[in-house]
Design a protein around this ligand. Structure first.
Ligand code: ATP
Ligand code: MG
Ligand code: MG
Length: 428
């Protein structure tokens, strides 16, 4: 993809926007861009530099994302609304064309990485609550103050404000910023490897030092397990506004990542802010259990969409007929009575029971959590609570005692694979 119209190749020490930003290391990439840790020489701080591919459709997409991010930044001067901040944007010309670049505040690992570090066991409910408050703060701001629908809320698109791995954090690890391309870098690849190796060694040493310090303070050497989550305050922010739209100016009929997609989107019955609330509930469930709430698959004689609708009904009860037949694609899945055409026998397993029986929640935890989630998963979109209403829910201010937290964290099965509870039709 590093060709005309594609990604811009970056080397450590490359400078951008009249030498204001200096590339330090790659943070990640997506379909549209590569994202680099960069040092901002003007503010003497680290930032994330998102460099878009250069073909026309990517430029268009970046212009849209910049527009949304600018509206978000303008409405939140104190940067306290749990959405990523756009700091700057500019054009960068390279051998593959002109690339739009976004400078964003530097954030840490995503919630998906957090759940992975925890070996897909599900996080302690007190941590889930803190994360939920942040996400809801962000959603309430987008929805109520700006009229923006995110349309792609999921674990990957929520980033922690600090990294889990201290070796990855340029401030905590005490690395000095690289200010120019290291000597001899003109011969490309070989030098690049040496620099990357050196950087990795430095990061490793930093992690070792921190682990040592903890051990000498009587703690346990940090491992990549739930232990390393202990010291993390759970502030997080919503990112990736490439697919966001305005409630009154929508671009696509099919939105959201499959597993987080609301029923009205599957049925093509129109959508609004409440699609984000559905995805939010799926996200909260996944944080607390380590499993996706819905992971539909196509099978013999039925499509992924039909399986998805069946999974929803098995967890939430039968979809009211009026809603089932109300979308432009309803006829593909439902007969006129509102029954699925190809999946006839549903195995109902309500949320509170599932939490107790499969995830070993205590009765109280299960009922309270289900009471919080179920209204967000109402098949009638207009009945779902808004982010503002959800922020008032008493569940967010409960504290689970340490004992039941430990039960929740240690007895959940299925540690190693990210499999949905309902993955195989008829499988349980
Ligand atoms: P997608 O295909 O998901 O739309 P994209 O090209 O729009 O991808 P992003 O999802 O915005 O790119 O970013 C790609 C990756 O870069 C993220 O998954 C994350 O790992 C990292 N990243 C993005 N923004 C930041 C940030 N502000 N701070 C730290 N890392 C970031
Ligand atoms: Mg993304
Ligand atoms: Mg994107």
């Amino acid at each position: 993809c590093y060709r005309k119209g594609g990604y811009h190749a970056v080397r450590v020490g490359d400078t951008f926007n009249a030498a204001r930003y200096v590339a330090q290391r790659k943070l990640g990439w997506g379909q549209f861009s590569t994202v680099w840790l960069a040092y901002d020489t003007r503010s003497s701080s680290y930032v994330a530099l998102k460099i878009q591919k250069s073909a026309a459709q990517f430029v268009q997409a970046a212009l849209h994302e910049i527009e949304v991010l600018s509206v978000i930044a303008n409405g939140d001067p104190s940067n306290s609304k749990c959405v990523v901040r756009l700091i700057d944007h500019f054009k960068h010309t390279g051998p593959n064309g002109q690339h739009l670049c976004m400078v964003l505040e530097f954030l840490g690992d995503s919630l998906l990485q957090l759940v992975r570090y925890n070996r897909y066991k599900g996080l302690a409910l007190n941590k889930v609550r803190e994360i939920c408050k942040c996400i809801l703060t962000g959603l309430d701001y987008m929805h109520r103050e700006l009229g923006i629908i995110h349309t792609d809320l999921k674990l990957e698109n929520i980033l922690l404000s600090s990294t889990i791995d201290p070796g990855k954090d340029p401030v905590k690890s005490g690395l000095t910023p690289i200010l120019e391309r290291p000597e001899g870098s003109l011969n490309g690849g070989a030098t690049m490897n040496i620099i990357e190796k050196k950087l990795k060694q430095r990061a490793k040493r930093a992690v070792a030092k921190i682990s040592e310090r903890r051990a000498s303070m009587g703690g346990v050497v940090v491992q990549k397990s739930e232990r390393s989550l202990d010291g993390i305050d759970m502030m997080c922010k919503v990112v990736d506004f490439g697919n966001a739209c305005w409630a009154d100016k929508q671009f696509a009929e099919e939105i959201q990542t499959r597993q987080y997609r609301a029923p009205e989107v599957v049925l093509r019955a129109g959508y609004s802010f409440s699609v984000d609330m559905w995805s939010f509930a799926c996200t909260a469930f996944e944080l607390a259990t380590g499993d996706m709430m819905f992971a539909p698959k196509n099978g013999q004689g039925f499509s992924e969409d039909e399986d998805h609708l069946a999974l929803m009904m098995e967890l939430l009860g039968k979809m009211p007929r009026k809603i089932a037949v109300g979308g432009t694609r309803s006829k593909d899945f439902f007969d006129r009575h509102g029954d699925l055409k190809r999946i006839r026998r549903l195995k109902y397993w309500p949320l509170d029971k599932l939490l107790i029986e499969k995830y070993k929640f205590s009765e109280a935890d299960a009922h309270e959590f289900a009471e919080f989630l179920c209204p967000l998963l109402d098949f009638a979109p207009e009945k779902r609570p808004t982010a503002q209403q959800c922020l008032q829910h008493p569940w967010l201010n409960l504290r689970t005692s340490t004992q039941s937290e430990m039960n929740n964290e240690s007895t959940v099965e299925n540690l190693d694979s990210r499999v949905s509870k309902l993955q195989i039709r008829g499988g349980w």
